[in-house]
Unconditional design. Structure first.
Length: 274
C-alpha cells in the first residue's frame, strides 16, 4: 500500500467508482494496428487517446493516421449519439488528442500553435496532450497562455464537442496552480516499483478524480488489482497500466498494448467517457 499525504476525505474513488483509460500514445497505426483497432472496440472505457505522428502532426496528413482517427471519431459519435442510450456495452466514447511537445517550456509558442492548427485541420482532434509540460511555478504563465489559445482554437473547430479537452503531461506532481490551466493533469508516469510506494499531494484533494491521470509501466498481472486500488485511493480517474517495462528492445513501454489488456478492460468494465 502506498504512503499517502492526502487526508481521508481525499480518497474519493476508494468505493469502486469506475476508472477509464488514457492511451499516452501508441505506435504508428501500421506498427500497432491491434492497439488502434482496440480503442474503438465496443465496451472499452476510453477517456482519450493521443495521436503522435512525428513528435507532433508531421509535415503532411498521414493516410493511415487519418483512417485510425476516423474510426475513433466514429466510435465516439456512436457512443454519444447512438440509438440505444441505455445500453452501456457499446462503442467507446474517447476523444482523440493531438500530441504537442512543450520540451519543458523550451518550444516557441508559435511552433506549438502551428502544430495545433495542423492537428485540427487534418485529423479533427478533440483536444491536446501537452507532453513534457513544465511543473514549476515559473512556467505556469506560459502554459496558461498556451492552453487559453488552444481552448479558443478548439472552440472554433467543428470537431471538438464541448470545447475540447486539454491534458498536461507533467508525469509528476506539479505546482498546484497548473490544475486551473487545463482539464486534466498527469501526476504520475513511471515504473510500478515507484508507484506502489508513491505519495499524493494534499492539494489534489480539492479536485475530483477526472482531473488526474496515472501512467504506470512494469505492472505485473498479479498486481493489477493493487494498482487499480492505488489509483482509486489517490484520486486518479484515468489510468494506463502495462506490464511492458521499456527493456528488451521496447523504447516506449506505452506504445503497445499490455499483455493483459482484455483482463484489465474486463476488470474496469464497459463504459462511456464523459
Amino acid at each position: 500500500m502506498p504512503h499517502l499525504t492526502a487526508p481521508a476525505d481525499a480518497r474519493r474513488t476508494a468505493g469502486g467508482e469506475q476508472l477509464g483509460f488514457g492511451a499516452p500514445g501508441y505506435a504508428h497505426p501500421l506498427l500497432a494496428p491491434a492497439e488502434w483497432a482496440g480503442l474503438a472496440r465496443p465496451g472499452t472505457p476510453l477517456h482519450w487517446a493521443v495521436l503522435n505522428i512525428a513528435d507532433g502532426p508531421g509535415s503532411r496528413p498521414d493516410p493511415h493516421c487519418l483512417e485510425a482517427a476516423g474510426r475513433l471519431h466514429n466510435a465516439r459519435e456512436r457512443a454519444l449519439h447512438g440509438g440505444s442510450p441505455d445500453d452501456t456495452v457499446r462503442a467507446s466514447g474517447g476523444r482523440l488528442l493531438g500530441h504537442l511537445d512543450l520540451a519543458h517550456g523550451e518550444r516557441p509558442f508559435e511552433e506549438l500553435i502551428a502544430d495545433a492548427r495542423s492537428f485540427i485541420d487534418w485529423y479533427r482532434i478533440g483536444g491536446f496532450y501537452l507532453a513534457r509540460c513544465p511543473t514549476e511555478r515559473a512556467g505556469l504563465p506560459a502554459v496558461r497562455r498556451l492552453t487559453g489559445t488552444l481552448h479558443a482554437l478548439l472552440a472554433e473547430s467543428d470537431s471538438a464537442d464541448g470545447g475540447g479537452r486539454l491534458v498536461l503531461g507533467h508525469g509528476t506532481q506539479p505546482y498546484p496552480g497548473y490544475a486551473e490551466a487545463a482539464d486534466q493533469l498527469v501526476t504520475f508516469q513511471g515504473p510500478w516499483t515507484d508507484y506502489r510506494w508513491s505519495q499524493v499531494a494534499e492539494w489534489t484533494a480539492d479536485y475530483p478524480p477526472e482531473r488526474f491521470a496515472h501512467f504506470v509501466h512494469g505492472v505485473p498481472r498479479t498486481h493489477l488489482e493493487e494498482a487499480m486500488r492505488i489509483a482509486r485511493w489517490q484520486g486518479a480517474g484515468t489510468i494506463f497500466f502495462t506490464d511492458r517495462d521499456g527493456r528488451r528492445g521496447q523504447s516506449d513501454p506505452f506504445a503497445t498494448l499490455p499483455r493483459y489488456w482484455d483482463e484489465i478492460v474486463s476488470r474496469i468494465g464497459p463504459g462511456i467517457s464523459e
